[in-house]
Design a protein around this ligand. Structure first.
Ligand code: AMP
Length: 399
């Protein structure tokens, strides 16, 4: 168990809090403030005990230096509203120069948010000098950015490294995420079924390989099913195939065949002549897909097969939609899987959903409250499913 912010004395101390405030912003206003709200318990824990808070976050992927559209200014404003107290927000300064922050008159019980760390090249580069400047500000380091905890960015790794000897703890959101992952995945109740979909097979290869010896079944959907189809020599029409991953797909299929794990691929596909919401000709193909068509959802036979496997599971991990669920014509496969997972959870299974798209599918289909845990982290949850160690977490003190 990692030490948490609640287990350190923060009164009068400067807590350097790495949060994940990478919220969706449109025309200067925040479309969804969940990531801010989820960090409030950690923030309040510091401020209520008289700590001084310096909050760090990234936002989007700026190219070079300051970009007004990726400023954290709206976040500072919203956080101030939520806390009922102004949050100091110093300007980023000249981002081509080493970061230069002064805590000025930051009082006990008050918070400051620094500008988007990625305006400085040193953040993505994991630069030691950049990290040293940030580290020098804090008496305590706290990581509550679960969604960034698979990253090696300076604020995630080099900053806590530079603060060795000082308390380095996790925030309450990170603690709860880790506890859920451990509870569900450390000794998964059998049968353990993993459901993996989404657009890119390359992202999911490490997770599939790690899960083959652990899971009784892996259900594959989404565009990545077609890279597997192509590796088996099936006709996949103009579906998305990652040509560079055919060898990996073949290796995975061989590993699954030699194991006790049933790797399921779709047996039918809802296809369209166009990658579009409603303008193409839609047809269901079994096995081979016709020329000129692309697979955009798992078909009805696959849906019932997958629902049946899920119904028999005692542990379920789901990452990646079964089709282009954003468009109604190709949403049924993802909805059926979501319903099956909620049903199995009602019957006593533990269920874990990870990934931004998968979480929004769960919300859209109204099952968010009917599963054990929806993770706030996409890449981080996939890394944990792949059995990877998260360096940003490893660096934190044990309780
Ligand atoms: P990922 O980020 O890899 O989990 O992919 C999520 C995205 O994959 C969603 O936006 C889906 O619309 C998309 N997707 C799922 N299935 C397909 C498919 N068969 N063809 C193209 N895109 C897909």
């Amino acid at each position: 168990m990692k030490k948490t912010i609640e287990q350190v004395d923060v009164a009068g101390k400067v807590v350097l809090l790495r949060a994940d405030f990478n919220v969706p912003i449109e025309n200067g206003s925040i479309r969804d403030d969940r990531r801010i709200v989820e960090t409030l318990p950690t923030i309040r824990s510091v401020l209520d005990r008289g700590g001084r808070l310096v909050i760090l976050s990234h936002m989007g992927r700026p190219k070079y230096g300051y970009e007004a559209g990726l400023s954290l200014a709206p976040v500072a404003k919203r956080l101030g509203e939520l806390l009922g107290a102004e949050v100091a927000f110093p300007s980023a300064g000249d981002c081509s120069q080493p970061i230069d922050v002064s805590l000025g008159a930051l009082e006990n019980g008050r918070a400051m948010l620094l500008e988007n760390l990625r305006f400085h090249a040193g953040e993505k580069q994991g630069d030691g000098a950049f990290a040293g400047k940030l580290a020098a500000l804090g008496d305590i380091y706290c990581n509550d950015a679960f969604g960034a905890s698979h990253r090696a960015d300076a604020s995630m790794v080099a900053v806590p490294e530079a603060m060795a000897g000082k308390p380095r703890v996790c925030g309450l959101l990170v603690r709860s995420e880790l506890a859920q992952f451990h509870a569900i995945l450390d000794n998964p109740a059998a049968p353990f079924v993993a459901v993996l979909g989404g657009a890119k097979v390359s992202d999911k290869i490490p997770a599939i390989e790690h899960l083959i010896p652990k899971a009784s079944a892996i259900l594959i959907g989404g565009a990545m099913a077609y890279t597997f189809g192509a590796a088996l020599g099936k006709r996949v029409g103009k579906s998305i195939v990652e040509q560079g991953r055919l060898k990996d797909a073949k290796r995975i299929l061989d590993a699954a065949a030699a194991s006790k794990c049933d790797l399921h691929l779709p047996v039918d596909h809802v296809c369209s002549t166009e990658f579009a919401k409603s303008s193409g000709d839609i047809e269901v193909f079994e096995d081979n897909i016709g020329d000129g068509f692309m697979g955009l959802d798992i078909g009805p036979a696959t849906q019932s097969q997958y629902a049946k496997v899920i119904a028999g599971a005692k542990t379920i991990a789901w990452n990646g939609p079964m089709g282009v669920f954003e468009w109604p014509a190709f949403s049924v496969g993802t909805q059926q899987v979501a319903e099956a997972i909620a049903g199995a959870t009602a019957g006593g299974a533990g269920s874990l959903i990870g990934g931004g798209d998968t979480a929004s599918a769960a919300n859209r289909f109204g099952i968010a409250e009917r599963v054990t845990h929806i993770s706030t982290g996409g890449g981080a949850s996939l890394a944990l499913l792949a059995g990877e160690r998260l360096k940003a977490i490893d660096l934190l003190d044990e309780a």
